[in-house]
Design a protein around this ligand. Structure first.
Ligand code: SF4
Length: 194
């Protein structure tokens, strides 16, 4: 006898139940594939970004939606959200950062190993948002370099996914020598980071 309630039944099978990331450009022949090392490293890095969510206020709720099943950031290789700076490569600053908290954000950033990237999620992290007051940091780029800004108060999860894809583009196309370049060192020095 059929069960009265049936779960997970789809009439139409999915055309593509999974997707495979395109490989880098290169030369292929019988039994070999040759490409640039930087492209291969970039491909691996961009599809395995481990985020550290530094969530302080309401934007954090949007981040929860982003990680839950409907939006599911894990689809982009970021299943593993961690609160251990030494194991993360993307610092997501989410919410209002009070000036008292600024040194903590900077310390978390410093504890992350290179290469590291930063995404400012929402108006508060990007610019202080509506809190134009003496106690709120008017944008985290006053203390650490930011790679991608996601506007909105709060930004919808789709906007954050868009920002995350921009981070992936940066990660995938970054020159392997960038972090040792004089220009990068100069950038770090402007933040007082050796
Ligand atoms: S940007 Fe808006 S929603 Fe996000 S932390 Fe600031 S006030 Fe809250």
């Amino acid at each position: 006898m059929a069960r009265p309630v049936q779960y997970n039944i789809t009439d139409k099978p999915l055309e593509k139940p999974y997707s495979i990331v395109q490989g880098p450009e290169g030369y292929m022949g019988e039994g070999f594939f040759a490409s640039k090392l930087s492209d291969v490293v970039g491909l691996a890095r961009k599809n395995s970004i481990w985020p550290l969510p530094f969530a302080t206020s309401c934007c954090g709720i949007e981040f929860m939606a982003l990680m839950a099943s409907h939006y599911d950031l894990a689809r982009f290789g970021s299943e593993r959200v961690s609160f251990t700076p030494r194991q993360c490569d993307l610092l997501m600053v989410i919410g209002t950062i009070a000036k008292k908290m600024a040194p903590v954000v900077k310390q978390v950033y410093l504890q992350m190993a290179e290469p590291r990237w930063v995404l400012a999620m929402g108006a508060c992290a990007s610019s202080g948002g509506i809190f134009d007051t003496y106690s709120v940091l008017q944008g985290i780029d006053q203390i650490i370099p930011v790679d991608v800004y996601v506007p909105g108060c709060p930004p919808r999860p789709e906007a954050v996914i868009d920002g995350f894809l921009r981070v992936q583009e940066l990660v995938g196309s970054e020159n392997l020598r960038r972090r040792n370049s004089p220009k990068y060192k100069e950038l770090m020095e402007t933040y007082g980071i050796q």
